[in-house]
Structures are given as C-alpha cells and as structure tokens.
Design a protein around this ligand. Sequence first.
Ligand code: C2E
Ligand code: CA
Ligand code: CA
Ligand code: CA
Length: 276
Amino acid sequence: AKSRGSGLHSLFDTSLRARVLDEAVLTLGLRGAVDRGEFDVYYQPIVNAHTREVVDREALLRWTYQGQTVPPDIFIPLAERSDIIAEIGEFVLQRSLSDAACWRASEPNVGVAVNISARQLRGDTLVHQVELLLSTHRFPPQALTIELTETAVLDTLSEAAEQLQRLADLGVNIAMDDFGTGLSSLTRLRTLPITTVKIDKSFVADLGTSQPVESMVAAIIALSEALGLGTVAEGVQTIRQAAILERLGCGRLQGYLYGRPKPGVDLLPTFQAPAL
Ligand code: C2E
Ligand code: CA
Ligand code: CA
Ligand code: CA
C-alpha cells in the first residue's frame, strides 16, 4: 500500500475506526462532487533540464470538501474503489485539455500531462474521450502525455495494455509515473508503448546525501536512454538536486524549485488595466 504521506490535516490522522468512518463519509461526499463544482485542476511546470524552459504542465486535482482541502492521495484511492473515478477522470481530462488549449494560444510549445487511474483503462471509454477532446480543441496529440503508475498495467496481454496501445497509436505520450517504487517493471518498459519515465520523488529527495540512490538514478536514466525513452525527475526542491540530475543526463525536471501546482486561472495572461 502507498504511504499516506505526512502533514495531512489532523482529520485524517486519527484512529483506525475514525479513519474507516472518514473514508465512508468522504466516499459519500465524492458522489456528485463534480456536479457541485468542488474540484479544481492545478498545474505544475515540468522544465527542460538544460534550458529550464517549461515543456509541459502536470494537471493535479484538488478537492474542497466542506471547506477542507482533501489531498488526492486520500480521495483518489477512494474514488478508484468505487465507480466515481470514471466521472472524475473525465472531468480532469476535459478541464486540462481546455485549459492547455488556452495557454497554448500564448505558449504554443507547452503541453499537458494528465494522471489516469488503472480503472480508466478498462473498456475503450478513455480512448474515445481522448480522441474527441483532441479533435474538439484541435490539440496535437504529441502535446498530451498520459501518466500512469506501474501497477496500472500488470500484464502486457491485458485489456489495459490494449487500451494503452490505442492511446499510443493516436500519437499521445505515455509516462510511467513513480518509476522504481512499484513492482518490477523493466519488462513493462520494453513491452508497453511507454515514451517517458518519471523518476519518483523519493529518489530525488535523497540525491546529494546518498551515493547508492545517486547510482540508482544514474542507472534508471541510462536504462531509459538505452530504450529511447525520455526522463522526468519529480520532486526537485534544491539546486543541488537539479545539478546532479542534469549531470546524470535527466531530460526534464519538476518540483517546487520550478513552481508549485497553481490553479489554471493563474496561468492566463494577467489583465493589464489601460493607463488613464
Ligand atoms: P503524482 O502523480 O506522483 O504527482 C506528484 C505529486 O508530487 C503531487 O502531489 C505534487 O503536488 C507533488 N510535488 C510536486 N513537486 C514536489 C516537490 O518538489 N516536493 C514534494 N514533496 N512534492 C512535490 P499531489 O498533487 O498531492 O498528488 C498526489 C497524487 O495524487 C499524484 O501523485 C497522483 O498519483 C494522484 N493524482 C493527482 N491528481 C490526479 C488525477 O487527476 N487523477 C488521478 N488518477 N490521480 C491524481
Ligand atoms: Ca503524475
Ligand atoms: Ca509521480
Ligand atoms: Ca505519486
């Protein structure tokens, strides 16, 4: 199971019994949350490691439930355990493609990366949604990256792998998220239509203080290069980490050093009041 992370609101930091209740309450709260407008999509820049130019923005979902911000690490797993993830996933895809189409009017080289859940690879709904949105916004498929975790596609012969191949055939990029934290995945890098490897932030956090971790990151980058895949390091917070990653040949960097996730409205050109 994934760690719950630290620094969450104390509401989530209670006894197991209370947590089970919270989960039931939150799952109820998730129903209809899209229609009530409780979700917002934030965007975090991903920069070229050499030029530091923004190449993509990752869409990160935010939920405000009864005045509280519930972290996605809490509500995404709940949504995945019910059918609510389908509705949420469609909302995120629609919103992020329309926001990206807006910013591309002034930043034509900046793409968007969207996280998807394993459940969204069941059936061909996602492929149809992506196809429709690409054509509605005249959005070039190469400017869209679908991010998925290693566990989303367990078996390369599965239906999920087939849906992934259909997405790749449309021309969209596919990123393997949180690389190195899941099940052994080297085979999957070769047999699935992956274009990008995202080095998990738990590795990046230890760069500069742990030589073994640096060796692992170097190996992941070398492996990705050998397979012709791009690399993104996430969770870059210090100049030192960035310098090491650049030296190791990592292609792109993402983290608080370059920008925190921000709401879509903050990305639009600011309105200049005319001088009187
Ligand atoms: P992720 O896809 O690995 O996203 C990266 C997470 O790292 C984000 O957390 C981001 O805010 C955080 N982060 C970025 N830079 C830094 C940094 O420099 N330091 C640290 N410590 N953290 C950094 P966030 O937004 O809380 O999202 C958590 C997870 O929730 C995501 O992990 C992703 O797995 C999931 N998620 C978020 N939005 C969506 C969505 O729309 N759909 C799906 N299926 N999952 C989502
Ligand atoms: Ca991600
Ligand atoms: Ca990640
Ligand atoms: Ca993660």
